[in-house]
Design a protein around this ligand. Structure first.
Ligand code: NAD
Ligand code: MLT
Length: 313
């Protein structure tokens, strides 16, 4: 049985698949047209976020049984089309949770203390201590939208830094928030209070543009906003306007509406910290998601044991 991998996957996962007797082909970064041509030969396709698994690709997959996402978000896979064709879509929901939570906290601290800006300034030969006056996070209010796996780990770490944590998530039980010592509230109530806002929901039709101009105007002018979830949950144009008009203090983004931020006016602002989708980019997370997806695919194809399917039924 042949398995195709189209985004880079840690060696440990590939070794596992080959060790179980699968023929693995790595064709990193191929486009839709090539994928459509070659997909009929494969029973499973493994991707991260770089490959768009469109309806056209899915319909061409005459032997395709599984689409495996080595990571969490499945917004790059047409899950409805796969479900209609009876193809299992599975992700690895736990593999990169801690890494993304750590990246979120790093972004919050980088914003608070102007670390990237100060580093760049020093590299240019400037010694400008006054320009980079920061702010403590201790005692500040962090608002988390989406208190799932990553949101919960962010909450624990923020508590360790002495922050007060509040959250908006209409789908989690109140008991879970109590365990985390996080106050659940309505979105508007959260926005009115926060010093820092971070989003950790999936990108869905309901969460697209969840935070736009109207919501930003409810927040304090000193607010700092972080998005390490998916581009498009917070409207980039509204963020830009708010930063330009001094209605938001700083913004840190790991993810972007158009995948990459090139050409975005946000790139020109000093009050912005950007990383190229690095939330899950740690050795530990990449090893874990690769091994997890390999084991899940082996279990499904060899033993009919399906885990972490995300198909809509
Ligand atoms: P999760 O499913 O454990 O948690 C998501 C939470 O969002 C859930 O508790 C859910 O109830 C909540 N939610 C859903 N819709 C909501 C809404 N409309 N309003 C408020 N809350 C809502 O997922 P997770 O593992 O915590 O991951 C969250 C997202 O982070 C993923 O979907 C993915 O897009 C993103 N992510 C990014 C990176 C990265 O590299 N930057 C890595 C991993 C995951
Ligand atoms: C995810 O959803 O897991 C992240 O976006 C990380 C990745 O791109 O694999």
């Amino acid at each position: 049985m042949k398995i195709l991998i189209t985004d880079s996957l840690a060696k440990e996962g590939i070794d596992k698949l080959r060790g179980e007797g699968f023929e693995v082909s790595e064709q990193i970064g191929i486009g839709e047209e090539k994928l459509v041509n070659i997909i009929p030969s494969y029973v499973a396709l493994i991707v991260r976020s770089g490959t768009k698994v469109t309806e056209k690709v899915i319909n061409a997959g005459s032997n395709l049984k599984i689409i495996g996402r080595a990571g969490t978000g499945v917004d790059n896979v047409d899950v409805n089309a796969a479900t209609r064709k009876g193809i299992i879509v599975m992700n690895t929901p736990d593999g990169n949770t801690i890494s993304v939570a750590e990246h979120t906290i790093s972004m919050m601290l980088a914003l608070s203390r102007n670390i990237p800006q100060a580093h760049l300034s020093l590299q240019k030969g400037q010694w400008n201590r006054g320009k980079f006056m920061g702010t403590q996070v201790y005692g500040k209010i962090l608002g988390i939208i989406g208190l799932g796996r990553i949101g919960s780990e962010v909450a624990k770490r923020a508590k360790g830094l002495g922050m007060k944590v509040i959250a908006y998530d209409p789908f989690i039980p109140r008991k879970r928030a109590e365990e985390l010592k996080v106050n659940l509230c309505e979105l508007k109530e959260l926005l009115l209070q926060v010093d820092y806002l971070t989003v950790h929901t999936p990108l869905t039709p309901q969460t697209k543009n969840l935070i736009g101009d109207k919501e930003i105007r409810l927040m304090k002018k000193s607010v700092r906003i972080i998005n390490c979830a998916r581009g498009g949950i917070i409207e980039e144009n509204s963020l830009y306007q708010a930063l330009k008009e001094g209605r938001v203090r700083g913004v840190a983004l790991d993810v972007f509406e158009n995948g990459k931020p090139f050409g975005s006016p946000l790139m020109e602002l000093d009050s912005v910290v950007l990383t190229p989708h690095l939330g899950a980019s740690t050795e530990e997370a990449q090893r874990k998601v690769a091994v997890d997806i390999a084991c899940q695919i082996v279990d499904a194809l060899k033993w009919n044991k399906v885990r972490n399917a995300v198909n809509n039924i």
